[in-house]
Design a protein around this ligand. Structure first.
Ligand SMILES: Cc1cc2nc3c(=O)[nH]c(=O)nc-3n(C[C@H](O)[C@H](O)[C@H](O)COP(=O)(O)O)c2cc1C
Length: 203
């Protein structure tokens, strides 16, 4: 079984202000190219995260499950690929069942300026057409608030749904995937999406 990264300390000088916010040197350019962060483990999100790691092999990405990592590890990477799902309308803000919900408050102390962030959101367009991949939209709002630059938007024409918090204008802010009802489309969707973001990963 593939060995995944476990919790580790950042390898660069990291300071914190009086409120505990992480401060990094503006000139600092992270040495590592791509970090993939996912949760939960053991289901479709995990499967997709592994597939992304394989497909991004040229960038030697590190793969982290949220439960085994501290938020500041994200600062070591120039590009972050965040893989999440949506588990009910209120889960992220209220019920705290999704591992991302408990990670987000700790992530709030990060400054993501200079980081590119690509989000992959899993959902189910048949059972939840009114909240399709909402989690991806909620995560995107937080990433932007922290100064991260979102990359990898996706046209909606390949998807059937009524509404989604992951929409910005006419497009999804990241890549929606439906492993429940459209698993056969996953690989092709990932391939197309990666082709679009590859130029962003190379600098
Ligand atoms: C209780 C529950 C609530 C869900 N709510 C939503 C939802 O609001 N929107 C959506 O697109 N998918 C929703 N889904 C579908 C999941 O996001 C989808 O099955 C995802 O692939 C699960 O990933 P996992 O296997 O890694 O947990 C829900 C699934 C469950 C079990």
């Amino acid at each position: 079984m593939e060995k995944e990264q476990t919790e580790q300390q950042p390898n660069f000088q990291l300071k914190a202000d009086m409120e505990g916010n992480y401060l990094i040197d503006k000139e600092y350019k992270p040495k590592k190219q791509v970090g993939i962060f996912y949760a939960p483990s053991g289901g479709s999100v995990h499967k997709v995260a592994r597939l992304l790691k394989q497909k991004l092999a040229d960038f030697t990405p590190d793969l982290f499950v949220l439960s085994e990592v501290i938020p500041s590890t994200m600062l070591e990477y120039r590009t972050l690929v965040l893989v999440c799902s949506t588990l009910g309308r209120n889960t992220w803000e209220m019920e705290q069942k999704d591992p991302w919900s408990s990670f987000l408050p700790r992530m709030q102390r990060l400054r993501l300026q200079g980081r590119k962030v690509a989000i992959v959101g899993l959902g189910d367009h048949v059972s939840y057409p009114n909240n399709f991949v909402d989690g991806m939209g909620i995560l995107a709002d937080i990433v932007e608030k922290l100064g991260g630059r979102l990359i990898g938007e996706t046209e909606t024409r390949d998807y059937v749904f009524n509404d989604s918090r992951a929409l910005r204008g006419e497009k999804f802010i990241g890549l929606p995937l439906d492993e429940d009802y459209e698993a056969d489309k996953t690989e092709e969707r990932i391939n197309r999406w990666l082709k679009n973001i590859l130029p962003e990963l190379s600098d």
